[in-house]
Ligand binder design. Structure first.
Ligand code: INI
Length: 159
C-alpha cells in the first residue's frame, strides 16, 4: 500500500460561482463556446444563477475583464472565452500572445482558476470544429477544467 497522499479534483464544486468572460469579436463562434460552457457547468450541478457572463470587445481585452472579475472576490473561477483566427490579419500573434500571457498572470496573481477557452486557430473551419462540432467544444472543456480546479484547490485547502 502506498503512503503517498495524492490530491486530485473531481468534477463537483458545490455552491461554486463562475464568471464567463467572452469576447464579441467572432461572436458567431464565441457564442457557441459560451453555450457549451454554461451547459457543461449546469450539467455538473452549478446553478444557473451562479454563472455570470461579461463581454469584451475582443480577445485582447479579455485579461483585464478577467482580472476585474477575479478582483471582485465573488467568483470561485473565471473562464475566458474567445476566438482568434489567423486569417489574413497580422494582428493574430499580438492578440493571441497578449491574451494568453495576461490570462495566466491573472490566475497566479489572484489565486483562482482561470479556464482558457480561447481558440487560436488558422481558419474559420478550425474554429467551427472546436466550437461544438467534430473537435468538441473548447468552451465546455475550459469550464470543466475550471470546475475541477475549484474542487482541487478546495481539497488541498481543507487537507
Ligand atoms: N480579436 C479577437 O477576439 N479575435 C481576432 O481574431 C482578432 N483579430 O484577428 O484581429 C481580434 N482583434 C481585436 C482585438 O482583440 C482588440 O479588440 C482590438 O485590437 C482593440 O483593442
Amino acid at each position: 500500500m502506498s503512503l503517498t497522499k495524492t490530491y486530485e479534483g473531481k468534477l463537483l464544486a458545490e455552491g461554486a460561482r463562475f464568471c464567463l468572460v467572452a469576447s464579441r469579436f467572432n461572436s458567431f463562434i464565441v457564442d457557441h463556446l459560451v453555450g457549451g460552457a454554461v451547459d457543461a457547468l449546469v450539467r455538473h450541478g452549478v446553478r444557473e444563477e451562479d454563472i455570470h457572463i461579461a463581454k469584451t470587445p475582443g480577445a485582447y481585452e479579455l485579461p483585464l475583464a478577467v482580472q476585474k472579475a477575479a478582483a471582485t472576490g465573488r467568483y470561485d473561477a473565471v473562464v475566458a472565452l474567445g476566438a482568434v483566427i489567423r486569417g489574413a490579419t497580422p494582428h493574430f500573434d499580438y492578440v493571441a500572445g497578449e491574451c494568453v500571457k495576461g490570462l495566466s498572470s491573472v490566475s497566479l496573481q489572484h489565486g483562482i482558476p482561470v479556464g482558457f477557452g480561447v481558440l487560436t486557430v488558422d481558419t474559420i473551419e478550425q474554429a467551427i470544429e472546436r466550437a461544438g462540432t467534430k473537435a468538441g467544444n473548447k468552451g465546455a472543456e475550459a469550464a470543466l477544467t475550471a470546475l475541477e480546479m475549484v474542487n482541487l484547490l478546495r481539497t488541498m485547502e481543507s487537507a
